[in-house]
Each structure stands twice: as C-alpha cells, then as structure tokens.
Design a protein around this ligand. Structure first.
Ligand code: CP
Length: 334
C-alpha cells in the first residue's frame, strides 16, 4: 500500500490553528488518555529532536515519555551543547540539517535567551519553521506556550464537560522576577476561542500587549464568550469556575528588570494568592497553574494544596496533549 506523508504543519500558536483542528486535537487527547494501548508504537521508527535553550521539567519529560510510548526516538539537545549556542552556526543551516535526520523538532526559547528583545524568540522559531521541511513544535517561546494552552482547555473540558460560558479568571500574581508573557497570552487566547467568560485581572502597569488583547476580543466575539479586564482582584474572583494563577512581567519595562521591579514590589502582599480569595468563587471552582510555582510567594500552600487545586491533574495532562499532537502531526495518511 502506498503511504504518503502529511503536509508539514507547525504548532507555534493555537491562534493559527482552525478551531475544528483544535477540537480534533482535544478529542484525540481524550482518546489517548482513555485508550493508551491503541497508540503504543504507532509512530515506531520516527525521531523527535528536542531543542532547549532553557530549563524544563514538564515539557521535556512529558514529551520524552510520550515519544517513548509512541515508539519514537526523542533526542534532547541543550543549546549550550550545540553549535548554535556559540553563535557559530546559523538557524538556517541547523534547521536544514536537523530536518534531514528527524521527523519533528520541538524548541523552547525564553526571553532571557534573546536578551529580552520583544518577540525575538518567536521570530527564531518561525525562522526554524521556514527552513525545516518537518513540523516545528513550540515548547514555549517568549510569546506563546501552545502545548500548555491545549492542555489547559482540555483540562477545563475534562472537569466541566464544556468550557463554553464557564467563567475563568486569569489572575496575575506577584513574583520576584518578571516572567514571560507566553502562558498568560496563550490561556487568554484559547479560553476566549472556546467561548469562556474571561476576566483578566492584574494591577495597573501589567496590561498584556494590545495586539494579544485585540485577538482575544475578536475570539470572544466569534465564540460567544466575553472578555473583561479588571484591576480589582477580589471582584474578579466573584463567581469564577476556574481560577488560573500566573505571574507575568510588565510590558512597560520589558527587558529592564530593575525598573520593572519597582512596579511589582507594591503588590507583593495583596497579589499573593490566598485561600480567602477563593471564597468569592463557585464552590466547585478549580484552581490552575502551569507550574513551576514559587509556593507562598505567588500563591499560598493552602491554595496549591487545597480542595480547589487541580495543578497535578493539569500537569499530568501535558503527557496526553503532546502524545496527541505528535500523533496528529506525524501519523501517515493513506
Ligand atoms: N509548564 C511548563 O511548561 O513546565 P516546564 O517549564 O517544567 O516545562
């Protein structure tokens, strides 16, 4: 029987994928979780290149285990052990060569690895994608973390049957350092895409990029959801079904941690997420965080370990979403 490969498809942002395909991925994730044996060794003989400019626990390990279960060979590459890390080999040459060995490449690149030049990490990923003839998977860049977003919407669907018209509060939280915008951008985009009633809450000066907000507003209009932006944490939590905790840096002093710190310090106490804030939410509300988290600085132990928290279920689901994505991108069509 003649087999032909699927056309190359990159996974750089969920926003660029049609809703129908995202829904297919979510359904596939569910099947992968319920019927793991069905997918065992289904990608036998294929190889996955994992390229990390920065550390990871969940993304690296869930991907390695997923690839192993699918019968693939995953290879971990640290940027410091690659010529690209010495600025001595171009992305073009690296991408062309790796594409001759592998079936897909996953890349993680944080703002710190591009000297906090805004969107440079995302640009590098797209440069890889333009040269590699195989799929590029975003393992988290400086703008997006689509694997996390896919996991998050799948997890919300798993807990509530449907995300539609459930209230999610995406809550800024204090952190001693400015963190990337990738996770808040991504949960904002996917939750508005799937018809959720979204409240984005943060102190003044921690607004997300207007371009992302505009995309989210458009998503909400299309999906029948809504987007509210508030600076009042307690009001924002009122009636929430989902509390999504995440810290992020201010765009006002992007790449200038000394000046940025002056903006965040006043919120050290009031924006540390406490158990009492959850009293405003629905009794069956869930608390999410992508992890890692600095306990008792970003959120109290009582929140992370409390009855609303599903952070370990959320982390577990990372395994099923990457497995589903690899299968979706690399299975051969007949
Ligand atoms: N949530 C997440 O991406 O975790 P890691 O940084 O450990 O991969």
């Amino acid at each position: 029987m003649l087999l032909k490969s699927n056309p190359k498809k990159d996974f750089i942002s969920t926003q660029e994928w049609p809703e129908e395909e995202l829904q297919n991925l979510i359904n596939l994730t569910e099947d992968v979780k319920k019927n793991p044996k069905k997918y065992n060794n289904s990608l036998m003989g294929k190889a996955l290149c994992m390229f990390f400019y920065n550390p990871s626990t969940r993304t690296r390990n869930s991907t390695e285990v997923a690839a192993y279960q699918l019968g693939m060979h995953p290879t971990f590459n640290s940027i410091k052990d690659s010529w690209i890390g010495y600025n001595s080999e171009s992305i073009k040459d690296t991408a062309h060569v790796l594409a001759r060995y592998y079936d897909a490449i996953g890349i993680r690149i944080f703002p710190v690895s591009v000297n906090w030049i805004y969107k440079e990490g995302n640009r590098i990923l797209r440069e890889f994608a333009s040269h590699a003839r195989i799929p590029i998977i975003n393992f988290e860049d400086d703008l997006y973390h689509p694997l996390q977003a896919l996991t998050d919407i799948y997890t919300i669907k798993e807990k509530f049957h449907t995300p539609k018209n459930k209230k999610i509060v995406i809550s800024w939280a204090y952190h001693p350092k400015p963190l990337p915008l990738s996770v808040p951008n991504s949960i904002l985009l996917i939750s508005t895409r799937f018809g959720m009633d979204v409240t984005l809450t943060h102190p003044k000066h921690f607004e997300l990029d207007e371009e992302i907000i505009n995309m989210a507003r458009h998503n909400a209009e299309e999906s029948g959801g809504s987007l509210t932006i508030s600076n009042n944490i307690e009001e924002s939590y009122e009636g929430a079904d989902v509390v999504y905790i995440k810290s992020w840096g201010s765009c006002e002093f992007y790449g200038d941690p000394r000046e940025e710190k002056k903006l965040r310090l006043p919120y050290k106490e009031s924006w540390r997420i406490k158990e009492k804030y959850l009293e405003y939410t629905q009794t069956n509300s869930i608390v999410m965080h992508c992890l890692p988290i600095r306990r008792n600085i970003v959120a109290d132990d009582e929140v992370i370990d409390g009855p609303h928290s599903i952070v370990y279920d959320q982390a577990e689901n990372r395994l099923y979403t990457i497995k589903a994505l690899l299968y979706y991108l690399l299975k051969e069509s007949k």
